[in-house]
Design a protein around this ligand. Structure first.
Ligand SMILES: [Mg+2]
Length: 204
């Protein structure tokens, strides 16, 4: 068994960071925290919405990444893997730099620093090896990596990734879908939280 896991919005939750950043840019005026997808839908309907959305993403995945939260239940999932000596790899589609980030933050270094701060690489805690974190510049590269590593399972928050024609066969496809946004349940297993994924894989 080799479990592959996506990074953005599967392990790292950016809802709060997106809300704060969008408010600071005057794109929304809500007091409460909105989900990333609610914010995307709102911002994309604004004038220059697509450009605004890309700039916002650059900021959140870059200099605001420290505000990201580990998804509830994800830490317990890593502990469950460690207990069973099940290997875990993290495979992320992430360019080195955001296309619209004037600060030129290295997004991959920022993600690794965030993981370190969340105790991912502490053997006594989550126990992931930094050598098992892979960043790919394209979606095709990500799928190629999942295949080359020989993942038995892959967990991602985007159904379009799991349903890509190039997605390797013989991998159990698991959709992490906390907001219940997926259009259908075909071609993958679908769970709304990490506890359910843990139960599904380990039947605990
Ligand atoms: Mg993702």
């Amino acid at each position: 068994m080799l479990i592959g896991i996506d990074f953005d919005n599967t392990l790292a939750c950016y809802d709060q960071a997106f809300t704060v950043a969008a408010r600071a840019r005057g794109l929304i005026s809500d007091e409460n925290t909105l989900s990333k997808f609610e914010i995307r839908n709102r911002v994309q309907t604004l004038k220059n919405g697509e450009a605004e959305w890309r700039a916002l993403q650059g900021e959140v995945y870059g200099k605001r990444i420290e505000e990201a939260k580990l998804m509830p239940g994800a830490a317990d999932f890593f502990l469950a893997c460690k207990e069973r000596r099940v290997r875990v790899v993290i495979v992320s589609h992430k360019t080195k730099f955001g296309h619209f980030d004037p600060d030129r933050v290295n997004l991959r270094d920022a993600a690794v620093a965030w993981m370190r701060a969340q105790n991912f690489f502490d053997k006594k805690l989550l126990g992931v090896s930094v050598r098992n974190v892979f960043f790919e510049g394209t979606r095709a590269g990500k799928l190629g990596r999942i295949k080359a590593l020989g993942c038995s399972h892959f967990i991602d928050d985007l159904e379009e990734v799991l349903l890509e024609p190039g997605f390797p066969n013989n991998v159990v496809r698991i959709l992490f879908d906390p907001d219940g946004r997926a259009a259908n349940d075909r071609g993958f297993e679908r769970y709304s939280d990490w506890k359910s994924i843990e139960h599904a894989i380990f039947a605990t």
